[in-house]
Design a protein around this ligand. Structure first.
Ligand code: 5AD
Ligand code: SF4
Length: 536
């Protein structure tokens, strides 16, 4: 058992928390940290010194899971050698594996799925007290057979309290505490055949718009100027007013009306006042003017209404950036993936976006080597990537995931070597497309939200160093490189005269003149900076 005394006096347990995977997990980790800190837990960066190690895990691809399993393997050895340590697996891997993981990996002390994180303190308490002999006291999971949707009654949704009681700490947040995520929707109803998310995160649940706007305002009051709204399919956000209230009449999260409407018969919510994603964006934009950049991920290519594009066109602080995964350029494969759109419809959508928002920046995800993918299917994906001005695409090799329809019904028949070569080919093509998109910005002045001073070590030239020639001279004079992003999410680097001046720019929006570009980068010089920043 972990000893929580120092010289006989009680001390709070120290926690090391490592996060894998997506932005949703980053937000979950922030909330868990805030919740546990309020209960007296301390957080440290040194895994070796921690009483408790928590892994907030991702299950989307086998690779992400394997990383965590190898970390656990190393800690197992330490525990066997006598280290007293609590290991907790939280997030999607916990949910996907279920209680059997506690049997298979006895060194793991607790499991908590992403839909049950509000119960984590109770689990930790059980384990710390050493009373948890029963597995049930060490695991909080939705259970893949009963998705939370089946049981979610509005008032029961204590998970929402975790979001509502958020204690945003600017000092712990990225970009100088000026950037934050805000969840609008949890879970997913799409059931793409390759994806574990509907099983691990449960059914789509939409948060009440007032709660979202209030959270944005509270963040702005703490100095946040960039908010990224999070959901698996943000454009499907829809809140039906009056459909879910607690005992006091306050609005609470509700299961996606799509699903509810389906259960009650189509149009079960017709006639009620609704808040759509477009309304929500407009409300946040208008009611929290301190937010200078309002972004959102991830969009679904189907049902992306013109109403959202019109709001984006009208509201200049909404970033013209869309992360809208196509996944494949073959209609046959899109059908097998259950994506619900054709390549033609995806292209129509992109045309609509660029028609209304000519400066929009589009990014996506692609899976190569999906079961039965032929050379022709792959070439259609290549064509799609060549046709759309994607600023970038995350390209993944298909990874069969337990519990998905694809693993049950389709053979993983594209050999690993072919998946790899298709992935590399597509990466090379995407690099050409990205290079063109970035080159289109050269000669322009762009607003850049400065995120960090990048670590740049002077080198003696050649040898693969990052600073050469003129830049090396600048470094010798004490100049540092800063990095940030444009509203279209293009990474931009520029020099600040000194470490101190660079650090003073972090979290601010400055104007940069773009002098050159690379496939994934703009390089420029600062042309204006906030008056309060000294360039000393
Ligand atoms: N194999 C490979 N990539 C996957 N993704 C989701 N599931 C899988 C899988 N089984 C990718 C999709 C999704 C992104 C988050 O991860 O492209 O958009
Ligand atoms: Fe997974 Fe598809 Fe939902 Fe995205 S939309 S989380 S890929 S099921």
């Amino acid at each position: 058992m972990v000893d929580l005394t120092v010289d006989g006096a009680a001390r709070g347990p120290s926690v090391y928390l490592e996060t894998f995977g997506c932005q949703m997990n980053e937000l979950d980790s922030e909330l868990v940290r805030g919740h546990l800190k309020a209960l007296g837990y301390g957080f440290i960066d040194d895994r070796d010194a921690a009483d408790i190690v928590l892994f907030n895990t991702c299950s989307v691809r086998a690779q992400a899971e394997n990383k965590v399993l190898s970390r656990i393997g190393r800690l197992r050895v330490e525990k066997q050698e006598g280290r007293s340590l609590i290991i907790g697996v939280i997030g999607c891997l916990a949910e996907r594996e279920g209680e059997s993981m506690l049997k298979r990996l006895p060194e793991v002390d607790l499991l908590c799925g992403p839909g049950e994180l509000d119960r984590l303190p109770m689990l930790l308490d059980n384990v710390l007290k050493g009373v948890a002999v029963e597995m049930a006291d060490r695991a909080a999971l939705q259970g893949s057979t009963s998705r939370r949707s089946a049981t979610l009654s509005a008032a029961e949704d204590s998970l929402e309290l975790l979001d509502l009681s958020r204690a945003f700490e600017p000092e712990a947040a990225s970009s100088g505490g000026r950037s934050a995520y805000v969840r609008i929707t949890r879970g997913c109803n799409k059931f793409c055949t390759y994806c574990v998310v509907p099983n691990t995160r449960g059914a789509e649940v939409h948060r009440p718009p007032d709660a979202i706007v209030d959270e944005c305002r509270a963040l702005a009051d703490k100095g946040v100027i960039e908010v990224t709204l999070l959901g698996q399919t943000v454009n499907h956000y829809l809140y039906v007013h009056g459909a879910a209230v607690d005992a006091g009449g306050a609005e609470v999260p509700q299961v996606g009306p799509g699903l509810a409407a389906l259960r009650k018969g189509a149009g079960g919510w017709a006639g009620r006042r609704v808040t759509t994603f477009a309304h929500l964006l407009e409300r946040i934009h208008d009611e929290v003017p301190e937010i200078q950049r309002l972004r959102f991920v991830t969009s679904y290519p189907r049902d992306f209404g013109d109403d959202v594009l019109d709001v984006m066109a009208r509201c200049e602080r909404i970033c013209r950036y869309l992360h809208v995964p196509a996944q494949s350029g073959s209609d046959r494969i899109l059908g097998l993936m259950n994506r619900g759109y054709t390549v033609g419809q995806y292209l129509e959508f992109v045309d609509r976006v660029l028609d209304r928002l000519p400066d929009a920046s589009i990014a996506g995800d692609i899976i190569v080597g999906f079961p039965t993918e032929t050379e022709d299917d792959f070439q259609e994906t290549v064509d799609l990537v060549r046709r759309v001005p994607f600023k970038n695409n995350f390209i993944f090799k298909y990874s069969p995931r337990p519990g998905t329809t694809a693993i049950k019904r389709l053979p993983d028949d594209v050999p690993e070597a072919l998946k790899r070569s298709r992935c590399n080919e597509l990466l090379a093509i995407q690099a050409q497309v990205s290079a063109q998109v970035h080159a289109g910005q050269v000669g322009r002045e762009v607003p850049v939200f400065v995120e960090k001073v990048t670590d740049v070590e002077p080198t003696s030239g050649g040898g693969g160093g990052v600073i050469l020639g003129w830049e090396q001279n600048q470094a010798a004079k004490g100049a540092v490189q800063c990095s940030g992003r444009t509203p279209g999410d293009l990474i931009t680097v520029f020099d600040a005269p000194s470490q101190a001046s660079g650090e003073a720019l972090v979290g601010k929006i400055i104007s940069v003149f773009v002098e050159s570009s690379a496939p994934r980068l703009l390089r420029g010089r600062m042309v204006a900076c906030p008056s309060k920043v000294s360039l000393g």
